[in-house]
Write a protein that binds this ligand. Structure first.
Ligand code: 3HC
Length: 675
């Protein structure tokens, strides 16, 4: 096998180049080649300096994640980076693309770093549930200060080359198209400079208060995760422990995290997210339809949020509503949202007008005639949707893709109201649609392959994580929500309180529990609107106008700042209802809540999978991570079930009298996993 590493002499300078597509991950062959390159430089007196650089689209984007959990071939990355730093000739890392994780650590072990302006530096290991394990937590604070190191390593978001330069991580910026030439010039300049600037030898000074402040500020973000706390501790110790001891600690902590469930879960999601974009039975190279203009029907919360995705990606949108007032209100909200983002520094001020300038509001459905994709986002009524699709059929140009944002309804029935069912599919966005990353793409029985592939590819452009779902009530995500919400409600009847059930979910790591979610979404959603018809506790709340946060009262009472508190009135309503129905009461334990609201989701997931409504178990995990805030460190419901043990899940479901999905039972009996 030929090595991905080549070396070439440029005068006195040895240029070591890695070419390991797609992202120059630091797999065994790359590490071996780099080590050989360093040895070549060490053994040749005529070499005065070394450049490490990469071919292709990026500098090393990190360790090879696919090697994790397998025996590590020599040299390990920590050994390699120490050898780079120990070389007695200057080593210059010449960076383009993304120097991430182990890639950033190779750069840190090099004596100098030069980067093109578009390059990015980052330590994203934390997002995989691990920590920079090749000296990153010990070298970065010494090179760029503890505050910068905390931001980079504990949060995991990359920074621009410019920001890296400001912090001292980058010594010099190269021309965008002259990286090698500029690196060679740099190498020649520093060829004889001694002593060599070695990161591990630099002192660290830090105000001890910085660490407590950082922990406090980010407490919510880090809740439940093991890796960030470990990373902060390691960086904190750089100011008290010598480098040699710090890296030993780093290695031990790295090994502990990588063997743990959280890291396995987070690595699972990394690959699951990428796998989700692959459509079974459709070739990767299928010709896609061009999408240069999008139409959105409905200027409400969903329609507005959906439009913003396209506007932000530079794709013009025509938005239609029936009333001028609704149109004005909708576009006003969109502008306000953009202005809010600009005020927070998330976008540049000029981007507000740029985005809004791409928007054409209209009252006339016929104005959608030139759109390549039309997304209907009106309220959930089959009759209304069929009427709209019937009209669209007459208006839309041939080849236009027609999508419904329905969260539950039958896409096949909607498609049948047109003469072109092959062009119809579901695009189920999650609220707020401009923020939530998930997009369920619903494949109807007749949806054409190129239509599905086009929308899946487009989702990347608008920075969504898209998952293919089949037609069924609630698709993947909302269908699994049904047993959860139903069981939560039943437990209220049988003796639990809303806060008790919500607390179990929050402690599990969900952003909120079933009743907090109900209050946020609206207790009145799907309500029959007859205050005299009280068949359950939800009806009783809705009849009293306790519609949730928007009314200041739902399952909880809310103050002006929307802080919830347990509601004495709700306790009364629940007590009345229990008395009226004579429902037998029992003490509801945490175990019962977990089985009835979480195991039942897994059970539903198994049905979805067996029916082929999800392509793979990992797609279900992606839906719950990106659509509902399932804690990523638990890897999604199906991965979580694997970690609990499917046998235990089956036993739990049986204990509380649920019918176990055949696929779940089969897997449990065979000792198999979903993922
Ligand atoms: N190891 C193995 N495979 C990787 C990889 C890695 N570090 N990074 C990306 N890949 C694979 C992806 O799985 C994908 O494979 P596929 O085509 O078969 O689906 C392919 O490379 C392309 O990746 P993307 O689709 O993500 O390409 P993008 O261009 O959108 O993004 C990227 C490129 C920004 C580099 C992104 O892939 C990324 O963020 N990668 C992970 C970076 C990372 O986490 N690095 C740290 C690794 S841990 C580490 O370094 C430990 C060390 O401290 C000891």
């Amino acid at each position: 096998m030929t090595s991905p590493i080549t070396t070439a002499r440029h005068g006195d300078v040895l240029v070591i180049t890695s070419d390991n597509p797609p992202v120059n991950a630091l797999g065994a062959a790359v590490r071996q080649g780099l080590q050989a390159g360093i040895q070549e430089a060490a053994g040749d007196d005529s070499i005065k300096a070394v450049i490490i650089t990469c071919a292709g689209k990026t500098f090393f984007a990190g360790a090879d994640i696919t090697e994790f959990g397998k025996p590590m071939a020599e040299p390990g990355l920590p050994t390699l980076v120490d050898q780079i730093e120990a070389l007695d000739k200057p080593v210059i890392a010449a960076v383009h693309g993304t120097a991430l994780g182990g890639g950033c650590e190779v750069a840190l072990a090099s004596h100098y770093r030069i980067a093109v302006p578009s390059a990015k530096f980052g330590l994203p290991e934390v997002k995989l549930g691990i920590l920079p394990g090749a000296g990153g937590t010990q070298r970065l604070p010494r090179v760029a200060g503890v505050e910068f190191a905390l931001e980079l390593a504990a949060k995991g978001d990359p920074v621009s080359a410019k920001a890296a330069q400001a912090a001292g991580l980058v010594d010099r910026l190269a021309g965008e198209d002259s990286l090698l030439a500029d690196a060679l010039a740099f190498a020649n300049e520093v060829a004889d400079a001694r002593p060599l600037p070695r990161a591990s030898e630099k002192p660290v000074s830090a105000d001890p208060a910085v660490f407590e402040a950082f922990r406090a500020t980010n407490a919510k973000r880090f809740r439940g995760f093991e890796a960030p706390a470990t990373i902060i501790d390691l960086i904190e110790r750089t100011s008290t422990l010598p480098y040699a001891e710090g890296v030993v600690q780093e290695r031990n902590d790295f090994m502990k995290l990588i063997m743990g469930v959280q890291s396995a879960a987070q690595r699972h999601i990394f690959f699951a997210e990428r796998k989700a974009s692959k459509i079974d039975g459709i070739a990767d190279d299928i010709a896609l339809r061009p999408i240069n203009k999008v139409g959105v029907i409905g200027a409400g919360t969903m329609g507005g949020g959906i439009s913003m995705n396209f506007l932000s990606a530079g794709i013009p949108v025509t938005i239609v509503d029936m009333q001028q007032e609704a149109l004005d209100r909708g576009t006003g909200v969109m502008r306000k949202n953009y202005e809010g983002s600009a005020a927070k520094g998330r976008i540049k001020p000029e981007q507000v007008d740029q985005a809004m300038g791409l928007l054409t509001p209209t009252l006339n459905l016929a104005d959608l005639a030139d759109c390549d994709l039309i997304i209907e986002a009106v309220y959930e009524s089959m009759d209304v949707k069929k009427d709209i699709f019937g009209k669209l059929d007459a208006i839309a140009k041939p080849g236009a893709i027609l999508a419904s944002n329905t969260s539950y309804l039958d896409i096949n029935e909607i498609a049948a109201s047109t003469q072109r069912p092959g062009d119809v599919l579901g695009m189920h966005f999650f609220s707020p649609a401009n923020v939530m990353k998930l997009l369920e793409v619903v494949r109807g029985d007749k949806t054409a392959d190129d239509v599905l592939a086009t929308v899946m590819a487009l989702s990347k452009k608008i920075r969504k994580v898209a998952v293919v779902a089949g037609v069924c009530y609630g698709f993947i995500g909302n269908r699994m929500l049904i047993p959860r919400q139903m069981e939560a409600m039943k437990m209220l009847h049988e003796g639990a309180t809303p806060q008790q059930i919500d607390q179990v979910h929050v402690e599990f790591g969900m952003p909120m529990g079933p009743f907090q979610m109900s209050d946020l979404a609206g207790v009145d959603i799907g309500w029959h609107r007859d205050p005299t018809r009280i068949e359950n506790i939800r009806d009783a709340l809705a009849a009293e106008g306790r519609w949730g946060q928007k009314k200041g009262a739902g399952f909880y009472d809310y103050d002006e700042k929307r802080n919830p508190s347990p509601s004495p009135r709700v306790a009364e309503i629940i007590a009345d209802f229990r008395a009226k129905t004579g429902t037998p009461q029992h003490e509801i334990t945490e175990d019962e809540i977990i089985v009835r609201t979480l195991y039942t989701m897994v059970n539903e997931g198994a049905l979805i999978l067996a029916e082929g409504k999800a392509q793979r178990a990992s797609d279900i995990d992606v839906v719950w991570i990106y659509g509902y805030g399932w804690p990523v460190y638990r890897g999604g419901p199906m991965f979580w079930a694997d970690t609990v043990g499917l046998k235990k899940i089956v036993e739990g479901l049986e204990k509380y009298g649920f019918e176990v999905a055949p696929l779940l039972r089969e897997k449990a009996e065979k000792g198999e996993r979903f993922n």
